[in-house]
Design a protein around this ligand. Structure first.
Ligand code: NAD
Ligand code: MG
Length: 384
């Protein structure tokens, strides 16, 4: 067993942040937390800093929490400082658990500095997949997928020759509205959307799961992580969320990865890779009956999934447009400004009116992302 790895956790106060802390707490001899960040929630950040004796603490929001932090903590605010934390000299591993496109810059900063990245933030790959993958290749930094489906694929592919892979199938629970009619969907509330049947997650991804925009984002994420084109990346509805990913090989054999629906499994796998040690939670109990069912998603019911698939096939900056419009629309839905089915209307309209300039640098991607947000917001004003 080597020395403990120094970990920086960006987005420490969120749902993935909490699950990551559970893994670190269990494996303190292997993982040492040396940096944390949050956007708001200064108090929660202080608690984490005090519990783990974290030396480097970053808060995006203007709030001076220095007094409540351990003595000699390096405290910072502002987005440049977040990127500096992502590239912290002493760090070995950077967990990106920030939500949304805001995860792109720190992911790139970490990879640029040669740090291995445990990547939960799928939006960074959707917005800047090419740049992220090229940066990792150039510096030799590893990307360890922590999104449960992608971590499942990563486990299935381990030790398999690259050429043997035929296709990847991501499972989706179908969310809380799986059995709703289209008419029922138009009047669902944020409270209903936030009640996911299997997973406990942050608000944005929970709404994305209900609309299946999440599975769309995940197809794009899988494209970048595993290098397959759109037609070899599929989705299947699997209500119990026990099988996370299925990999089909050229010889017709299929491997699947199973674990209970909790993020600690994928996160521990990524954090301790390639080692496997006792988990934070119990694995599946096969003394109980287990039903595994799979069925294809109906395209009419999940327009966000279809739009994301179109964007994946189109390539270039189309996925960026999808993501930016979705982030604007989901925030508006959570504020009760628009209805649930209007999320896909906003994305579709933004896609129809956007031009898709070539953008490859971080600066160009972020500028374009801002432009798209303005366009989506303008359309939103007309609806609201
Ligand atoms: P969350 O909303 O619970 O937490 C988000 C974290 O990011 C918080 O610590 C917050 O302070 C920070 N943050 C928010 N806005 C920020 C900004 N602009 N700049 C910097 N930091 C910011 O979200 P979550 O559910 O933990 O999801 C985090 C990421 O992981 C998302 O990209 C999500 O898609 C992905 N993911 C989550 C789950 C899950 O189970 N929650 C599963 C798979 C993938
Ligand atoms: Mg997932």
């Amino acid at each position: 067993m080597g020395p403990a790895r120094n970990v920086v956790l960006l987005g420490a106060t969120g749902s993935i942040g909490e699950s990551t802390l559970r893994v670190i707490r269990k494996h303190q001899d292997r993982l040492k937390l040396i940096g944390i960040s949050a956007h708001q929630q200064g108090e929660k950040l202080c608690q984490i800093a005090n519990e783990f004796g974290v030396k480097n603490v970053h808060l995006g929001h203007e709030q001076d929490i220095r007094e409540d932090l351990p003595a000699e903590t390096n405290f910072s605010t502002g987005s440049d400082a977040l990127n500096e934390l992502a590239a912290l000299e002493e760090a070995d591993l950077v967990v990106v658990a920030v939500v949304g496109a805001a995860g792109l810059a720190p992911t790139l900063a970490a990879l640029e500095a040669g740090k291995d990245v445990v990547l939960a933030n799928k939006e960074s790959l959707v917005v800047g997949g090419q740049l992220v993958m090229e940066t990792a290749r150039r510096t030799g930094a590893k990307i360890l997928p922590a999104d449960s489906e992608h971590n499942g694929v990563f486990q299935c592919l381990h030790g398999q020759p690259e050429k043997s892979l035929d296709s990847i199938i991501l499972t989706a629970s179908g969310g809380p509205f799986r059995d709703f009619s289209l008419e029922q969907l138009s009047s669902v509330t944020p409270e209903q959307a936030l009640k996911h049947p299997n997973w406990s997650m942050g608000p944005k991804i929970t709404v994305d799961s209900a609309s299946m925009a999440n599975k769309g984002l995940e197809l794009i994420e899988a494209h970048w992580l595993f290098g397959l084109p759109a037609e070899r990346l599929k989705v299947v509805i699997h209500p119990p969320s026990l099988v996370h990913a299925i990999v089909q090989f050229k010889d017709g054999c299929t491997l699947a990865q199973m674990s209970p629906p909790s993020m600690t499994f994928a996160l521990q796998n990524a954090l301790l890779f390639p080692d496997r040690m006792e988990g934070v939670e119990q694995g599946l109990d096969f003394r109980q009956p287990l039903e595994l069912s799979f069925s294809p998603p109906s395209p009419d019911k999940y327009p966000c999934l279809k739009l994301a698939q179109d964007c994946l096939a189109k390539g270039g900056t189309a996925p960026l447009v999808f993501n930016a419009a979705n982030e604007v629309a989901v925030a508006a839905f959570l504020r009760n400004q628009i209805g649930f089915t209007e999320i896909s209307d906003i994305i579709e309209n933004t896609l129809n009116t956007a031009d898709f300039p070539h953008a490859s640098s971080l600066e160009n991607l972020l500028t374009f992302d801002q432009e798209i947000r303005l366009q989506a917001s303008a359309f939103l004003q007309k609806l609201a």
